[in-house]
Structures are given as C-alpha cells and as structure tokens.
Ligand binder design. Structure first.
Ligand SMILES: C[S@@+](CC[C@H](N)C(=O)[O-])C[C@H]1O[C@@H](n2cnc3c(N)ncnc32)[C@H](O)[C@@H]1O
Length: 217
C-alpha cells in the first residue's frame, strides 16, 4: 500500500483495525514475548512494528516490558500518547520524529528506514495486523527487514486467514503457508491457535484468527 493510503485512513479516522480493548490473543500467548531473563536481570523489550495506536502497548508496558514501536502516521502516535495519558518527549532523528516516555519509544515514519541500532536489543516482536496490512510483494521485504533489524528476535504473529477472492485487503489473508515461506529459513514456527473470528472480517467474510510463535533456529 502507498503511504498516502494509510495517512488518509488516519486523517479520516477510518481505523476499523483498532481494538479499543486491546487484543485478547496477546494476553493469552504473551509468555513467548515476556519471559524475563532473570540470569542477567534484563528487562524484556518488545518491538511492535506498524503499531498504530494499539492498546496492546499499554498492556505490554503494564507487564513491565519496555516497548519500541514503528508507525507511519504521526496522528496515530499523538493519539497513542494521549490515550496513555502521558506527555511524550519528541525529538528528531535522521529519519523522522521519535516520541518517548517511560519505557516507550516510537519511531514515526517508514519502518523500512529503521536500523537495528534504532530498535536496540529486543527480546521479542509483536506483530498484530502488521504482516496482514502489507500486500504480498511488500511482505517479503518487510519480513527480511524485520529479521535484520531485530536480529531474528522471537515473534508472536497474529494474522487472519480467509478466502482472498471474497475481499480485497488490507487486511490480507496470511496463512500458515505464507508465514512458512517468509520465515521458515530462519525460525522454528509453531501455530498456537486457529479460531473463528467472531462476526467475520469487516462483518463480510468468514475468517479465522491464526497465532504463531517464531523462535530463531
Ligand atoms: C492495520 S494497521 C495495524 C495497527 C496496529 N498494529 C493495531 O493492531 O492496531 C497497520 C498500521 O501500519 C502503519 N503502516 C503502514 N505502512 C507502514 C510503514 N511502511 N511503516 C510504518 N508504519 C506503517 C499504518 O499507518 C497503520 O497504522
């Protein structure tokens, strides 16, 4: 998708993908992201690509994790901090603005401009509605870039599977085969859940929720 597509969605507040109460599948399967390394007493630090203003960030912070986000739309990030009820410090890096406050850092701009130095050492990646937001050719570029900037940190991926002929994306259908094609060279992939998406996708198409845990080989 062009950047203008997403900017326009945020400008018009057409954000049906946003879950005001957060994602219950994250709460169910977060252990793969939040296993503390007690030996080195290091904190968990989770990267949330294409983060929007997800409430899942608030939940991850409440679990004691640091969070790093990447999001194209500054509107989303202004709303994210407003809804967290905190006033961020805003600085400018070579690639755009950086919003920070108490364990949360969000890079505003194109994720493909982020480096591993920006992201830092992360203990996990939480991909909800990121991979499915991207059309097929961009997904390969995204997966390769994500692995590079996070050094193949473990991932929790929440995606949808549905008949792509019945609806144009986004969200696109991303099934087990696709996740395998993108990541199996570098990761062991475990499907944690397949469940029916209640009410279907956008109320139009039957769909399943899929949850995957990826750990580096
Ligand atoms: C479907 S939304 C999902 C947002 C969030 N993960 C959630 O669960 O609510 C996809 C988000 O990716 C952002 N986005 C799209 N392309 C991007 C890019 N190249 N770099 C950074 N963010 C991008 C969009 O602005 C949008 O907020």
């Amino acid at each position: 998708m062009e950047h203008s597509f997403w900017h326009s969605k945020w400008q018009k507040n057409e954000i049906g993908f946003h879950e005001p109460a957060g994602n219950t599948l994250l709460m169910k399967y977060a252990s793969s992201l939040l296993s503390h390394n007690y030996a080195s007493s290091s904190l968990t630090r989770v990267f949330v690509p294409l983060c929007g203003k997800t409430r899942d960030i608030s939940w991850l912070l409440s679990q004691g994790s640091e969070v790093v986000g990447a999001e194209l739309s500054e509107i989303a990030i202004i709303q994210l901090f407003e809804e967290l009820g905190v006033t961020p410090t805003v600085t400018t890096s070579t690639n755009g603005k950086v919003y920070t406050k108490d364990g949360l850092t969000v890079y505003v701009g194109d994720i493909f401009k982020l480096t591993s130095r920006d992201v830092g050492d992360v203990s996990g990646v939480y991909d909800r509605a990121a991979l499915v937001a991207l059309p097929s050719p961009l997904r390969e570029k995204y997966a390769a870039h994500l692995m590079a900037i996070t050094k193949c940190a473990p991932q929790l991926i929440i995606s949808f599977e549905y008949d792509q002929n019945e609806m144009a994306g986004p969200p696109f259908s991303v099934n087990e085969k696709t996740v395998d094609a993108l990541y199996s060279a570098a990761y062991n992939i475990k499907r944690l859940e397949r469940s029916t998406l209640e009410g279907g996708l956008k109320g139009k198409v039957d769909a399943d929720n899929l949850v995957f845990a990826l750990t580096a080989k």
